[in-house]
Design a protein around this ligand. Structure first.
Ligand code: FES
Length: 184
C-alpha cells in the first residue's frame, strides 16, 4: 500500500493504481487510499488508468500512479484560473498554447509529479500566502531538493534549477472520468 498525506491544509489523495487494461479508480472521501496491487506484468505494460474526478474538490490534488510515475491531478479553483495568467511573466515558458490549465478541461491540470531538474517529487502548496521561497506565492509546487518552484499549472518559474515545465502526460476526459495514458 502506498499512502501519503500532504502537509498542506488541503487534502491530497494518494492513490495507487494500475491495470491490465484500463481500470477505474474511485475517489473516496478519505485523505488517502490504495486501490489494489496490480501484478508487476500489468504495471510494466503501462496500461491506461482511469480516475473518477467527481469527488475531487476544487483546490484538492490526487496522486495517481501510472507507469510507476506519480501523476498529479489538480482540481483548479476559480481563483487559481484567474491567477495563473498573472504569472505568465514569472515563468520560463508560459505555454499559452496549452490553455490556462494546460489541459483540455480547464478545471483540471494533469502533471507528472517529477521535478524536471533531478527528478525529486515537488510538493503541493495551493495556499495563496507568503512562503519562504516566494513572498508573493499564488499557489503551486515547490521542490525541496534544490528549490525549484512551479505554478499550479506546473509551469516553472524563472531563475530556478528546473529547466522546463512539469510534464503533462497523455490524458483525456470521458465525462467525469480522467483517462491517463492510452488504453491498450
Ligand atoms: S530535483 Fe527539484 S530542484 Fe532539483
Amino acid at each position: 500500500m502506498s499512502e501519503k498525506i500532504d502537509s498542506t491544509r488541503r487534502k491530497a489523495l494518494q492513490i495507487t493504481s494500475g491495470a491490465l487494461g484500463a481500470v477505474t479508480v474511485g475517489a473516496f472521501a478519505v485523505p488517502f487510499l490504495s486501490a489494489w496491487n496490480p501484478s508487476e506484468k500489468a504495471k510494466a505494460m503501462g496500461a491506461a488508468v482511469k480516475f473518477n474526478l467527481s469527488k475531487l474538490q476544487p483546490g484538492s490534488m490526487a496522486v495517481v500512479e501510472w507507469r510507476r510515475t506519480p501523476i498529479f491531478v489538480v482540481h483548479q479553483t476559480k481563483t487559481a484560473k484567474t491567477n495563473l495568467p498573472k504569472l505568465n511573466q514569472k515563468v520560463t515558458n508560459p505555454a499559452l498554447e496549452e490553455g490556462v490549465s494546460r489541459s483540455t478541461n480547464e478545471n483540471f491540470t494533469i502533471l507528472k509529479g517529477v521535478c524536471t531538474h533531478l527528478s525529486c517529487a515537488p510538493k503541493y502548496y495551493p495556499e495563496i500566502e507568503p512562503k519562504a521561497w516566494d513572498q508573493e506565492w499564488l499557489g503551486g509546487f515547490f521542490c525541496p531538493c534544490h528549490g525549484s518552484k512551479f505554478d499550479l499549472a506546473g509551469r516553472v518559474y524563472k531563475g530556478v534549477p528546473a529547466p522546463t515545465n512539469l510534464e503533462v502526460p497523455p490524458h483525456s476526459f470521458e465525462g467525469e472520468t480522467l483517462v491517463i495514458g492510452e488504453e491498450i
